[in-house]
Design a protein around this ligand. Structure first.
Ligand SMILES: [Zn+2]
Length: 375
């Protein structure tokens, strides 16, 4: 196998599957990967968590039963294409001037292809060492639905691992953590009436507007030294049936991004108190932040490997978006975790998404070196 040719071929193959979420359908893509990984000697387990929705666990055992494997994780679902037209086929995997185009190229099919090819290339080291486990998820983009389903399945037991590598796009820069997310649905209940007699009703949209005005400048907590200011954004609102009725219901969704120094329960309570008593709040997504302390020996080794790829000394960085590590890390024994992938962070979710081919090839080598850390 020529790893460079193989990783490009595999990335292109993954890009040709439409795994846009919503609606979400990883079935063909995961079936393809299951066959591919089986052929390469992995022990494979497919988990169906809803109609056409799949996760895939793949293991390559190490030298003995007590070996603690290294874990890689990546999601195979992608966000929708957006409204703007694409110059390149979003499912074509075309390479133009050193860029590999397609929805999910950066976020994050290239990374999944890269760590698979690295494991295959270094399989002797994997088998003579502690083994690897690949946790390939669906449904990440809508709030880690796949990872959640994986952890809720009593038949699936994830082993403690040595470390977790999350292949989200970082341009091969090692990132030691990310913010947490708390997504809340807020509903107001009013009283319907004819729009020509509004005095007979209670307008639920006005109630929601007042609540939003109150929480707009809510501070979820003090800034964190690395993650900086926690944030709040009202992302959606819907209410009302028609123009000539007083709406009796309105709902809006709030997206709060948090840091390790903040308790989600406490944030929820403070927000509810600020918004007022007429608001009914339900939690849609509750994902803790992730942070590996600088100085962790494994993290430091990864930093050493990444250093030649970047100008100047490496900083301890975090990213604002969440990853499946929010849920997986606890189940895997809370080991050191690095977010490291060949994709361009700025290309995630964009029109004409691409991954730089050189970064993709670089990441195969980098993941290979990480596999070889500590024998
Ligand atoms: Zn992603």
């Amino acid at each position: 196998m020529n790893p460079a040719e193989e990783v490009i071929r595999l990335t292109q193959a993954l890009l040709r599957f439409d795994t846009i979420n919503p609606p979400g359908d990883e079935s063909l893509c995961m079936a393809f990967l299951a066959d591919y990984l089986k052929l390469q000697g992995f022990e494979v387990h497919l988990q169906c968590f809803a109609e056409k929705r799949f996760n895939l666990l793949a293991r390559m055992a190490g030298k003995d039963k007590n070996a603690v494997p290294l874990a890689f994780t990546g999601h195979l679902d992608t966000v929708p294409l957006g409204n703007a037209p694409w110059r390149y086929n979003a499912f074509g995997g075309e390479i133009v001037e050193g860029k590999l185009y397609g929805r999910g190229a950066s976020d994050m099919k290239a990374a999944v292809a890269a760590f698979i090819v690295a494991c295959v290339q270094h399989q002797q080291a994997v088998r003579d060492g502690d083994g690897v486990i690949l946790i390939l998820t669906g449904g990440e983009e809508t709030g880690c639905d796949g990872a959640r389903a994986l952890l809720e399945d009593a038949r699936i037991v994830l082993p403690p691992v040595k470390a977790l590598i999350v292949g989200e796009p970082t341009s091969n820069y090692p990132v030691i953590g990310h913010k947490g997310a708390l997504w809340l649905r807020c509903e107001t209940q009013g009283k319907a009436a004819h729009g020509a007699m509004p005095e007979l009703g209670i307008n639920a949209i006005y109630m929601a507007a007042e609540a939003i005005a109150k929480i707009r400048h809510f501070k979820p907590g003090a800034p964190h030294p690395l993650m900086k200011q926690p944030t709040l954004n009202v992302g959606t609102i819907s209410g009302g049936l028609n123009i000539n009725s007083v709406p009796d219901r309105c709902s809006f969704d709030v997206d709060i991004r948090t840091a390790p120094n903040l308790e989600h329960d406490e944030i929820r309570q403070r927000l509810a108190a600020m918004a007022g008593e007429h608001l009914c709040m339900t939690t849609l997504v509750d994902l803790p932040s992730v942070l590996t302390e600088p100085g962790d020996p494994w993290i430091e080794q990864v930093f050493l490997l990444c250093r030649p790829l970047h100008d100047g000394p490496l900083q301890y960085r975090v990213v604002p978006y969440f990853t499946d590590a929010s849920l997986l890390l606890d189940a895997l024994g809370s080991q050191p975790c690095i977010i490291l992938g060949p994709g361009e962070p700025t290309m995630a979710h964009q029109t004409d998404e691409y991954c730089v081919v050189d970064k993709l090839l670089q990441s195969v080598d980098l993941y290979g070196e990480i596999i070889n850390i500590g024998g």
